[in-house]
Write a protein that binds this ligand. Structure first.
Ligand SMILES: [Zn+2]
Length: 420
């Protein structure tokens, strides 16, 4: 049964990177990462897949189709953070393997080739940069940028790559042409509490949210709290408060677009009980998968800034300190997942991804989708990370249906019918 098989594969893979302390250590481009990838290679070979590594060390396991067409690809990663969990990344590649196993068992031949990709260096723990393998495959990173990376022991990224047996000079050869791949799909743990709270086995990601961050400075006038009448005050903190409540309200108005806004840091000066605050600085973090919705929150904020400035006689200035672009996931894949859910009597549940994954790089070049399975207590990057295998099987079921439809399945003898 799927359940026992996945459980067994999972414990096999997770024997790699164990140490005397709790958690798993399979850092990017270390021996442990290589070891786990070699083990996964053998599992793929047992399923009659052809396995190769690209110039960056990404593992590509392939099951040929009946026609020379672009591949339908499933991928994730096997590297972990320091003291990582058993599920982050690992279940994504195992979901792919289980789909292949089922197709083999049922003697299903797809028109499009199928691939499982294990990306290198998804976690930023070692080099301070995440999703390196998928950045290289989708051609989104320059060698210069990679050459500047170092780990905590001073080992540079090129050195680590060479030590692992790859050539840094050749590394950009990992980039694949658009025509190689038809679609990309990833199954990942949610790393948040939403699915568990809603008692849902899986979620369909609408896109990868990206942050816009502002640093806001409010200038008023510091003066005596006892002798300054209320009508002549220029209180920077009460002005900032109005702005903070305002931005919260704007994000609430955008709830259906899953836009969120947070002020997580505030500083008020001079910071004395008997002095009206003359200066206040705070940071705003606005995130959404929907750029238009995020821009609406931003615009509301700039409007409010002007109002508060005028009404309270304050000077308010702000800088945009981060402005990343949200990555939408492809409508056709979302629909495919949604149809698969309906076939399996599961209610499709759409949700944004608050964290980045390999799929966000692949989505910039190919139609891509992301399925979430629940994380117990929303916990991840932690030894206690847990996802029930029954939930993972639900994810595999949806993935299998989607693969079959995207790769145009056909049983032996039925291929012609599918093609015509
Ligand atoms: Zn991950």
């Amino acid at each position: 049964m799927s359940l026992e098989r996945i459980e067994q594969w999972l414990s096999q893979l997770n024997q790699v990177g164990q140490s005397s302390s709790p958690g798993i250590y399979r850092l990017a481009y270390t021996e442990e990462e290589q070891k786990v990838m070699d083990l996964f290679r053998r599992l793929c070979e047992q399923e009659n897949m052809n396995v190769r590594e690209d110039a960056a060390g990404n593992l590509i396991a392939r099951r040929e189709g009946t026609a020379p067409l672009p591949a339908v690809v499933i991928g994730s990663h096997l590297d972990t953070v320091y003291a990582g969990g058993r599920y982050d990344g690992t279940i994504g590649v195992l979901a792919g393997l289980e789909v292949i196993h089922r197709l083999n068992k049922q003697n299903v031949h797809t028109k499009h080739p199928l691939e499982i990709i294990v990306f290198r260096a998804e976690e930023s723990s070692r080099f301070g940069m995440a999703t390196i393998g998928s950045k290289l495959m989708s051609g989104q990173i320059s060698p210069d940028r990679l050459a500047s990376l170092k780990d905590k022991d001073g080992v540079t990224f090129p050195e680590a790559v060479e030590r692992a047996g790859y050539s840094f000079k050749q590394i950009t050869n990992a980039e694949r042409p658009e025509t190689d791949i038809k679609t990309f799909m990833e199954v990942h743990i949610e790393q948040g509490p939403l699915l568990e709270q809603k008692h849902l086995p899986l979620g369909i990601a609408t896109g990868i949210a990206a942050p816009q961050r502002l640093r806001v400075n409010v200038e008023g006038k510091a003066s005596h709290s006892g002798t300054t009448h209320m009508d002549i005050r220029k209180d920077a903190l009460t002005g900032a408060s109005e702005l903070i409540l305002g931005i919260e309200e704007s994000a609430v108005q955008e709830q259906e677009n899953h836009t969120v806004a947070t002020v997580g840091r505030i500083e008020s000066l001079p910071g004395a009980m008997n002095v009206i605050p003359g200066h206040c600085q705070f940071d705003v973090d606005i995130r959404s998968t929907d750029s238009t919705s995020r821009t609406r929150v931003y615009k509301q904020f700039t409007k409010l800034v002007k109002e508060v400035e005028e009404q309270r006689g304050l000077t308010i200035q702000f800088d945009i300190i981060t402005d990343e672009t949200p990555v939408p996931l492809h409508a056709s894949i979302k629909e495919c997942f949604s149809n698969a859910c309906k076939h399996l009597n599961l209610t499709p549940f759409f949700m944004p991804s608050g964290a980045g994954h390999d799929v966000m790089n692949m989505a910039k070049k190919w139609p891509a989708g992301l399925l979430f399975v629940p994380s117990a207590n929303g916990l991840s990057h932690h030894p206690d990370e847990f996802t029930a295998i029954t939930d993972m099987v639900a994810g595999v079921n949806v993935l299998e249906k989607s693969v079959r439809s995207l790769a145009s399945e056909g049983h032996e003898g039925a291929i012609e019918e599918v093609e015509s």
